[in-house]
Design a binder for this molecule. Structure first.
Ligand SMILES: [Zn+2]
Ligand SMILES: [Zn+2]
Length: 143
């Protein structure tokens, strides 16, 4: 349902001020594929001209906190951002080149893994990352 909204409407919907930089940032992340901060900064600059890295970080933080962006941070790799929020999808990450692909949750809802012992915790999420080699990297290794 959020897909039908424009970036400006989405910003207003979560009570954030609509700025050219925030709109450009949402468009950049939507068109990209799990982009990191550098790629997002270039995309925003193409759209609105100069913007400091700090302003991009601030906007990313505000939009992530408001639930418009999801931040993923695979171990040893810089944070990436995506627009696909509000579902329990996971990611496959290439150990070699860092490529990221979405993987739908097998059960569709969190937590999709049942802990063998919950130690009294009320568990509400299991963070799953599938690690391996992407098709390009596995082809390169075997040839
Ligand atoms: Zn790869
Ligand atoms: Zn994703």
């Amino acid at each position: 349902m959020t897909q039908a909204l424009t970036p400006a409407e989405e910003l207003r919907g979560v009570g954030l001020r609509v700025t050219a930089a925030r709109v450009a940032l949402l468009e950049t992340v939507r068109e990209g594929d799990h982009l990191g901060v550098d790629a997002i900064t270039s995309g925003v600059r193409i759209r609105v001209g100069h913007i400091s890295i700090q302003a991009v970080y601030d906007a990313l933080h505000a939009l992530t906190a408001a639930g418009l962006l999801r931040r993923i941070e695979p171990a040893d790799s810089p944070a990436r951002f995506e627009r696909r929020v509000g579902d329990n999808h996971h990611h496959a990450v290439c150990r070699s080149c860092g490529a990221v692909a979405d993987v739908d949750c097998a059960t569709g809802q969190a937590p999709c893994l049942t802990p063998s012992d919950h130690h009294g915790f009320a568990i509400d999420e299991a963070e799953v990352i599938y690690w391996g080699l992407c098709p390009d990297c596995s082809t390169a290794r075997s040839s």
